[in-house]
Design a protein around this ligand. Structure first.
Ligand SMILES: [Zn+2]
Length: 302
């Protein structure tokens, strides 16, 4: 609320300034900013997702841009501290607000904006909602044109050349959302999993619990040395990093199937399923009931 008042007083300048984001170089030329563990409506909610950039000999690729134009600019400023090479790609791992709203900060660099084939439609479907509910996170006045979707899409797989190194992109069937995309820096063995991996923070289901479980089983076997989750710390043990999330999703599947088999309504399921996982996750109550509800709607048709 205080921020809203400050924004109103400062008019258009509110979104303009922030210190460059803190980033870590997790492998040569591969940088990661770890977002904070905060609720979607908490102060600082525009900096909760992990963001990254990869520097090639020719140009730079950005992977997710944060939950506001301000955060996007702070990422852009962090990039400028590490390289003078141009930004040729801005890649979004999926449609969620905390990963895409900073895109407008990169428009002047004229990159290709890249996402899964389903992402343009997902952004289109979310644009009005983002403008209405996240106006202080866009430049003032908030307009739909500043919610940028991709101009370059990935149906299944695609390779991007940064000069001297390549990124392998893969679009996934419905899992965390219907527009999930992962990015692997081939030479460094770094997997940017987007929100197909939550570490510490409770996973949020907006796609298919069965699809997500299948994606995890493939990703956990990936030949990566480092995995960057969408939320939470990076890990050098890729299989182990996915294990808690796999267990949580399986708890949802098993619990919801039991409720359905017993003829229990969705409200009963949302009150009970997943509670054994409560102590294992930050912000558990921010997503568990929603997750159970999504899983119920998916699994009742089995
Ligand atoms: Zn997400």
């Amino acid at each position: 609320m205080l921020r809203r008042v400050a924004c109103a007083l400062a008019l258009a300048s509110c979104a303009a300034t922030a210190a460059p984001l803190k980033v870590d170089e997790v492998a040569h030329g591969v940088f990661v900013h770890q977002g904070a563990t905060l609720a979607l409506d908490a102060p600082g909610h525009d900096d909760i997702a992990n963001l990254g950039f990869v520097v090639g000999t020719r140009c730079v690729a950005v992977i997710d841009t944060g939950g506001s134009v301000r955060t996007g600019r702070a990422l852009r400023d962090a990039i400028a501290l590490h390289t003078k090479r141009p930004i040729c790609y801005v890649i979004n791992t999926h449609v969620h607000v905390d990963h895409v709203l900073g895109n407008a900060a990169f428009r002047n660099a004229k990159p290709k904006f890249v996402g899964a084939a389903a992402l343009p439609a997902a952004i289109d479907a979310s644009r009005a909602y983002f403008v209405e509910h996240y106006a202080p996170d866009l430049d003032s006045p908030a307009i739909g044109n500043d919610v940028l979707g991709p101009d370059t899409t990935v149906e299944t797989t695609r390779t991007l050349d940064l000069g001297g190194r390549t990124l392998a992109l893969r679009a996934w069937p419905k899992a965390h959302t219907d527009s999930d995309l992962t990015v692997t820096v081939d030479d460094a063995g770094v997997l940017f999993a987007g929100d197909l991996l939550f570490v510490g923070r409770v996973p949020a289901l907006d796609g298919s619990v069965i699809g997500w479980r299948e994606a995890i089983d493939e990703l956990a076997k990936a030949n990566a040395k480092i995995v960057v989750p969408g939320h939470g710390p990076i890990s050098k043990d890729v299989a182990a990093a996915f294990a808690p999330e796999r267990r949580y999703l399986q708890t949802l599947v098993d619990g919801v199937r039991e409720e359905i088999a017993a003829g229990k309504p969705i409200d009963d399921a949302t009150a009970h399923v997943g509670q054994s996982e409560r102590a294992n996750w930050q912000l558990f109550d921010s997503a568990n009931a929603h997750n159970v509800s999504r899983a119920y709607q998916e699994l009742e048709w089995e």
